[in-house]
Design a binder for this molecule. Structure first.
Ligand SMILES: Nc1ncnc2c1ncn2[C@@H]1O[C@H](COP(=O)(O)OP(=O)(O)OP(=O)(O)O)[C@@H](O)[C@H]1O
Ligand SMILES: [Mg+2]
Length: 407
């Protein structure tokens, strides 16, 4: 490993000590590969984010350095509403970040699931907790962190639906993994951002240093999804949408009016405050966006005015509707995480693992919409006659921007 000094409280795990059920261990996927759930002899259930790295020694070294930096950030950020991180492990394909496993999945899947009744107080509580995680990293003494990828998929839910912020330092890591979505090429490094949650000023100048008000902008869109339980924008032309956002376009708010019409006065008042804060967070002028602590405190006072028993009841109902299953495979059916092959998306024999990896360039659809997850619009655009973003070497899918940066 390149440097372990900045992750002193994290430990290295042995990839043979985390055992997975080959049939049901993949719990999520994103731009880096997959997240697996496994069982550790002393820590019990754990999630491991498997990050692939293909390439020469130089690439591997840079990948490890960045992975360690992400771990370092996670260590610094350890607080109640940030994913609990234990350490890392080394795999033949790259490495894994070892975290606590959260059974509730991510906030996006929760909000878009029509089967679940989601009361306003519960949604508010999740927003307070998310804002609290962001506020913590924004106000660390000495070295303030910026998350840089705030979106509902990066907010995990515990079994009782408390929110935990995850996925730190993605943009930087993405530049070096050489993974299926983002790879190093002869022409330059590629960096991926999530287009729809990226602040317009950053879309205009993609190499801009991450700033706290970018996180606040992303949080504004999280509030929108929390209120509407819909994607922020309908499926449409990715390039045109990107340019529209740069020119001030924001998600439609009619669904919020419909929501208010069906609420009691108490919840309606809360939704009005949430809507107001949402619009302040996604202000075009970054200087007009509020500090995240201000939003958190406002939302907290709304939660405090609620009856705690009512929130608990909403949690109990929602959890029942989510029907969270506890898989208990027999011990002898479990295999070590070392045998996981991102290339095959399954567990393989040690012999197969030792074969040299082949870089497979997956089509954008398979990486944006992992099997079993709700579908998202898929559009991989080329730069046809559009000026600003494309001139920066950017191609756009509906949810992601792929950027070629000069080395
Ligand atoms: N600790 C965990 N417990 C349970 N599920 C998890 C955990 N970590 C991640 N997941 C699931 O895996 C998904 C992807 O995780 P994560 O965001 O860390 O990966 P990613 O590859 O960086 O994604 P992207 O860059 O596309 O946002 C999450 O949205 C979530 O559904
Ligand atoms: Mg993510």
């Amino acid at each position: 490993m390149a440097s372990q000094s900045n992750v002193s409280q994290m430990r290295e795990f042995d990839a043979d000590d985390i055992l997975c059920d080959p049939k049901s261990s993949i719990v999520g996927s994103g731009s880096f590969g997959v997240v697996l759930v496994g069982k550790h002899k002393s820590l019990n259930k754990l999630a491991v984010k498997v990050m692939e790295c293909h390439g020469g020694e130089q690439t591997k070294k840079r990948f490890q350095k960045c992975a360690m930096e992400e771990l370092g950030k996670l260590q610094t950020a350890q607080t109640e509403h940030v994913v609990r991180t234990y350490g890392w492990l080394t795999l033949s394909c790259g490495m894994g970040i070892v975290m606590q496993y959260y059974e509730g999945g991510n906030l996006r899947d929760f909000l878009l699931n029509d089967e679940i009744t989601k009361g306003i107080p519960l949604r508010l509580r999740q927003l307070v907790e998310t804002a609290d995680g962001i506020a913590f990293i924004h106000n660390l003494p000495g070295h303030k962190l910026v998350h840089n990828d705030i979106k509902p998929e990066n907010i995990l839910l515990t079994r009782d639906l408390h929110a935990k912020l995850t996925d730190f330092g993605s943009a930087k890591l993405a530049a070096t993994t050489g993974s299926t979505t983002v790879r190093l090429s002869a022409t330059g490094e590629k960096v991926q951002f999530t287009a729809l949650y990226t602040a317009p000023e950053k879309l205009k100048k993609i190499t801009m240093k991450p700033k706290r008000d970018h996180d606040v902008y992303g949080y504004g869109l999280v509030i929108h999804m929390s209120l509407t339980c819909e994607e922020p924008y309908p499926p449409t032309d990715g390039v045109a949408l990107l340019n529209a956002i740069i020119n001030g376009e924001r998600p439609d708010c009619h669904a919020i009016d419909d929501l208010k019409a069906g609420l009691n006065n108490n919840d309606k008042g809360a939704v009005e405050v949430m809507e107001e804060e949402m619009k302040r967070c996604w202000e075009h002028d970054p200087t007009k966006r509020p500090d995240i602590t201000e939003v958190r405190d406002k939302f907290q006072s709304l939660v405090d005015a609620q009856n705690p028993a009512a929130i608990l009841e909403q949690v109990t109902n929602a959890v029942r509707q989510m029907d969270l299953k506890v898989e208990r495979p027999a011990e002898n059916q479990r295999v070590p995480i070392r045998q996981f092959s991102p290339r095959h998306q399954t567990f393989v024999t040690a012999q197969d693992l030792s074969r040299p990896a082949v870089n497979i360039d997956l089509p954008s659809t398979s990486r944006d919409t992992p099997a079993g997850q709700s579908s998202r619009p898929q559009l991989m655009e080329t730069a046809h006659g559009v000026t600003s973003p494309q001139e920066q070497g950017i191609s756009v899918s509906h949810t992601c921007i792929h950027i070629s940066l000069p080395r």
